[in-house]
Design a protein around this ligand. Structure first.
Ligand SMILES: *Cc1c(COP(=O)(O)O)cnc(C)c1O
Length: 422
């Protein structure tokens, strides 16, 4: 099935092997790596071969600056078909008034929103990076913290959950021009309605970034930020299980500003091959199987979380409502970086992550972040989650025991072998 990578548009299967054996080999090796690890990075997923086929298609050859029926280049009749399909499907999936499918990825999508609604130097509120926010929600090292003035909001120190009362107070004293909601490392449901009401009450725009949880929202497992939120962005490659990319959705009143910010404000020609794959991903997301998939993601996360806690692992906020969880390693005498390395050695892939009120630095923080979208796509269920929890805890308890790590790795390979893909 991988031959779409090897032969452009199937013209010559296995062409890449002959043209560029080094890259062909790296792709083959990466495929084998993906098959032989328990992939728990919560922002990743495994796309369908239909999505891969659209991504590897000849739409990559086309230039199509502009929007459907308003382009700056000729030959757009089929590009328009694909872009309009993607827009219509996204509108139906989310109940959005207006959709722009052209953003290259999540960070550029967010940049377009800032560019559309704020002026450089304007004040906005976003969740602190250490408390689960994304870099583009105002981190000092991101354009969002360099060009604009971020007022960070935090989770409650006791519950490690969103504190809407504190958020409201902060909004009232700071009077930001925009409030960004959504997160990359927050294991609980977010009340977008409450945040929108706070934004309204201080005359701020509401902007929800649902990159991680878009699939859960489509499946009605988490409350939607529609129709009340002014602007909503999502990546298409996380729980949505589509190509690497993003879309922006907004109320009709912001449509023109958003479209102009994307093109010509920030981007040139859209990636039509990726946009074709976004259309495919949205069609897949309309199927009942997709809803079942999202439900299983959450069931698996709950099973993994409860087994980890039963084995004595401290989870931030003591659990999860979504597809991910954060392990707080402070009581185990190891750092996030050490845990990531030890788990890598046994073929379990995770990422080190800051925890709320972390006293360590991002490169070697106190936690790790894990999630269930990939293992659920592979077909694993609650029983496998229990196995995985045990393997994780054994690896964390044996970071200096090479013999035990070898045994764990063999068990991981056995588990992976039972759930092949591609
Ligand atoms: C992943 C993510 C993004 C950024 O997406 P990229 O495609 O990596 O640029 C933006 N916002 C949130 C909340 C995310 O989790």
């Amino acid at each position: 099935m991988f031959h779409f990578y090897y032969g452009v548009g199937r013209i010559q299967p296995n062409n890449l092997k002959h043209i560029d054996p080094a890259v062909a080999q790296a792709i083959e090796n990466e495929k084998n790596r993906q098959m032989n690890v328990i992939e728990l990075i919560p922002s990743e997923n495994l796309v369908s071969t239909a999505v891969l086929e659209a991504m590897g298609s000849i739409f990559t050859n086309k230039y199509s600056e502009g929007y459907p029926h308003k382009r700056y280049y000729g030959g757009q009749e089929f590009v328009d078909v694909v872009e309009e399909l993607a827009i219509e499907r996204a509108k139906r999936l989310f109940g959005a008034e207006h959709v722009n499918i052209q953003p290259y990825s999540g960070s550029p999508a967010n940049m377009a929103v800032y560019f559309a609604l704020l002026n450089p130097g304007d004040k906005f509120m976003g969740m602190s990076l250490a408390h689960g926010g994304h870099l583009t929600h105002g981190s000092a090292v991101s354009f969002s913290g360099i060009l604009y003035r971020q007022i960070p909001y935090c989770v409650d120190k006791e519950t490690e959950m969103m504190d809407y009362g504190a958020l409201k107070k902060l909004a009232e004293s700071e009077r930001p021009k925009m409030i960004v909601s959504g997160a990359s490392a927050y294991p609980r449901e977010i009340d977008f309605k409450a945040i929108d009401e706070i934004a309204d009450s201080v005359g701020a725009y509401s902007f929800a970034d649902i990159a991680h949880i878009a699939g859960l929202i489509i499946a009605n497992l988490h409350k939607s930020p529609f129709p009340f939120t002014d602007v909503v962005t999502t990546t298409t490659h996380k729980t949505l299980r589509g190509p690497r990319g993003a879309i922006i959705m907004c109320k009709q009143e912001f449509a023109e500003k958003i479209d102009k910010a994307v093109f010509p404000g920030l981007q040139g020609g859209p990636h039509d091959h990726i946009n074709a794959a976004k259309a495919v991903c949205f069609a897949e997301a309309m199927k009942p199987e997709f809803i079942e998939y999202q439900k299983q993601i959450v069931k698996n996360a709950k099973a993994l979380a409860s087994e980890l806690m039963a084995l004595g692992v401290k989870l931030v906020s003591n659990g999860t409502d979504n597809h991910l969880m954060l392990l707080d390693l402070r009581n185990r005498g190891i750092t996030g970086k050490q845990a990531e390395t030890a788990l890598d050695e046994v073929n379990i892939t995770v990422n080190k992550n800051m925890i709320p009120f972390d006293e360590r630095k991002p490169y070697d923080p106190s936690g790790i972040r894990i999630g269930t979208p990939v293992v659920t796509t592979r077909g694993m269920k609650e029983n496998e989650m229990k196995e995985i929890a045990k393997l994780i805890v054994r690896a964390l308890d044996n970071i200096n025991n090479a013999h035990e790590k070898q045994k764990i790795k063999e068990e991981v390979l056995g588990l992976c072998g039972r759930f092949p893909f591609y």
